[in-house]
Design a protein around this ligand. Structure first.
Ligand SMILES: [Zn+2]
Length: 82
């Protein structure tokens, strides 16, 4: 995740130097970050569908052990992330 973020920043800086300020580079960087985050955003509670990385309105970089909405133990689920 940090490697992708670094790569995105370097991409923006490189394009910025070559072509000047470019919104296209920022768009590309954002797309890369979204793609990198897709597996994380797909990790939802199997019972109610709430994202395991959301705690109230906050997003945390690690998944909840139990669902904050329905209380289901997410650690029991075979998710590929553990
Ligand atoms: Zn739930």
């Amino acid at each position: 995740m940090m490697g992708v973020l670094l790569l995105a920043v370097l991409l923006v800086l490189a394009v910025d130097r070559l072509y000047g300020h470019s919104t296209l580079a920022f768009a590309a960087a954002i797309v890369m970050l979204v793609v990198a985050n897709t597996p994380m955003l797909r990790f939802n509670c199997p019972a109610c569908g709430k994202n395991a990385f959301l705690r109230g309105i906050f997003v945390v970089p690690w998944p909840n052990r139990t669902c904050t909405r329905c209380g289901r133990d997410l650690g029991e689920e075979p998710s590929g992330l553990r």
